[in-house]
Design a protein around this ligand. Structure first.
Ligand code: PLP
Length: 404
């Protein structure tokens, strides 16, 4: 088991003593990421792909080096399969509006699941409305895992795209995306994976995964906000129309029509997030130096400790599976008679940062039969002392509300 306790010193914000357990929403940034962006902005910054001058060439080289770094991290077949976006949400919207509007029509089915984040649900609802396609949803089982029998029931020739999460941001469960991709392809459907949680916590080999599109955000993997990735298999990207027009994405423009630049640039209209790309590059270097297996192992170790320790906190229920099979470091909790927001506020008063609410997964909340949960989520800098503080804070909240 790799000991990651030395990493905490790389995260200046954690020096304040806060027990930060909200990495599922956004992660903290280590010094090498902050320094890489600072250094680049001080020495090499200019707009990319535009100038013939040296600074712009240096900036373009750094931007494209970041693309290459992403490609190697996820084992893309080519750098051209990596599209920079604003984040997971924009990446999925690129598929929904760029691929969905082109290829869906009445009679077609868009298959998503009951455990999706709104980012992998709402764009499909919008596209269904415009194209006449219908939406269907794979069910979750009693434990909060994706029900593969339900998937088998719903997959068929009328399904044209399957939109599935790689890891639930509420339950931590990791659907068997490889099987879903293989079976969906047997019926001719495209597969898009919301990997906002999967890539930061387990890494992804896109060629091994077998999906057509994979979306993720830098800010959840130690990088900055404002940049994310849409990976698409080249033949899937070739079937996709750009859904934003503007500078940089064209080959030629006349007053009446335009032609598109090569892939991936046709999907990157306007000035991209340049400093942020350098930050993402550094974040990947940092994660790779730990190793994604060690990252997941660390999350799982802390999850096991937390599940055991929180198991006998009076009135506390934990949503989702209690064993660690195909599960990451996310724990959603409710306490009898205590609203999730009150729970989070009391935990905050005890120095513990957790998220409370529906976590942008309202349909999943309905399936779980709760209005909201408090959610603790771990990452590489999390420690057992964070769980000590969480447990103490939860017991304190129970005492305040007279839960026994
Ligand atoms: N999908 C999942 C599973 C998430 O957890 C999140 C963020 O919370 C998103 C999508 C949206 O990511 P972003 O807000 O970075 O676009």
């Amino acid at each position: 088991m790799t000991d990651l306790s030395h990493l905490k010193q790389d995260f200046p914000i954690l020096g304040s003593g806060v027990h930060f357990l909200d990495s599922g929403a956004s992660s903290q940034k280590p010094i090498p990421v902050l320094e890489a962006m600072d250094q680049f902005a001080r020495t090499s910054y200019a707009n990319v792909h535009r100038g013939a001058y040296k600074l712009s060439v240096a900036a373009t080289d750094a931007f494209e080096a970041a693309r290459h770094r992403v490609a190697t991290f996820i084992n893309a077949a080519s750098d051209d399969e990596v599209v920079f976006t604003r984040g997971t949400t924009t990446a999925i919207n690129t598929v929904a509006f760029g691929w969905g509007l082109e290829h869906l029509q009445e009679g077609d089915v868009i298959l998503t699941t009951e455990m999706e984040h709104h980012a992998n649900l709402v764009p499909w609802q919008m596209v269904a409305k415009r194209t006449g396609a219908t939406l269907d949803h794979v069910a979750i089982d009693d434990e909060g895992r994706l029900d593969m029998a339900s998937f088998e029931d719903k997959i068929g020739p009328e399904v044209k795209i399957v939109a599935v999460t790689g890891m639930s941001n509420v339950l931590g469960t990791m659907p068997d995306v490889k099987t879903i991709a293989r079976r969906s392809h047997e019926f001719g459907a495209r597969v898009v994976v919301d990997a906002a949680q999967l890539v930061p916590h387990a890494g992804v080999d896109v060629q091994d995964l077998g999906a057509d599109f994979v979306a993720f955000s830098a800010h959840k993997m130690l990088g900055p906000t404002g940049i994310g990735v849409l990976w698409g298999r080249m033949d899937a990207l070739e079937e996709t129309e750009p859904f934003e027009g503007g500078g940089e994405m064209i080959a030629n423009v006349t007053l009446h029509e335009s032609t598109w630049a090569a892939i991936p640039h046709r999907f990157e209209a306007g000035t991209p997030s340049i400093i942020e790309a350098v930050g993402l590059h550094a974040a990947i270097d940092y994660l790779d130096s730990i190793g994604m297996e060690a990252v997941l192992e660390h999350d799982k170790k802390l999850t096991a400790i937390a599940l055991e320790r929180l198991g006998d906190v009076p009135g506390l229920s934990i949503q989702g599976p209690k064993d660690l099979t195909d599960r990451g470091g996310v724990i959603s909790m409710t306490m009898e008679g205590v609203h999730a927001h009150d729970l989070a506020t009391i935990l905050d008063e005890n120095g513990v940062s957790v998220r409370a609410g529906h976590h942008c997964a309202k349909p999943l909340m309905k399936c779980l039969g709760v209005a909201a949960t408090a959610r603790a989520s771990f990452y590489v800098y999390s420690e057992e002392s964070d769980i000590d503080a969480l447990e103490k804070g939860l017991r304190h909240a129970g005492e305040l509300f007279g839960v026994s």
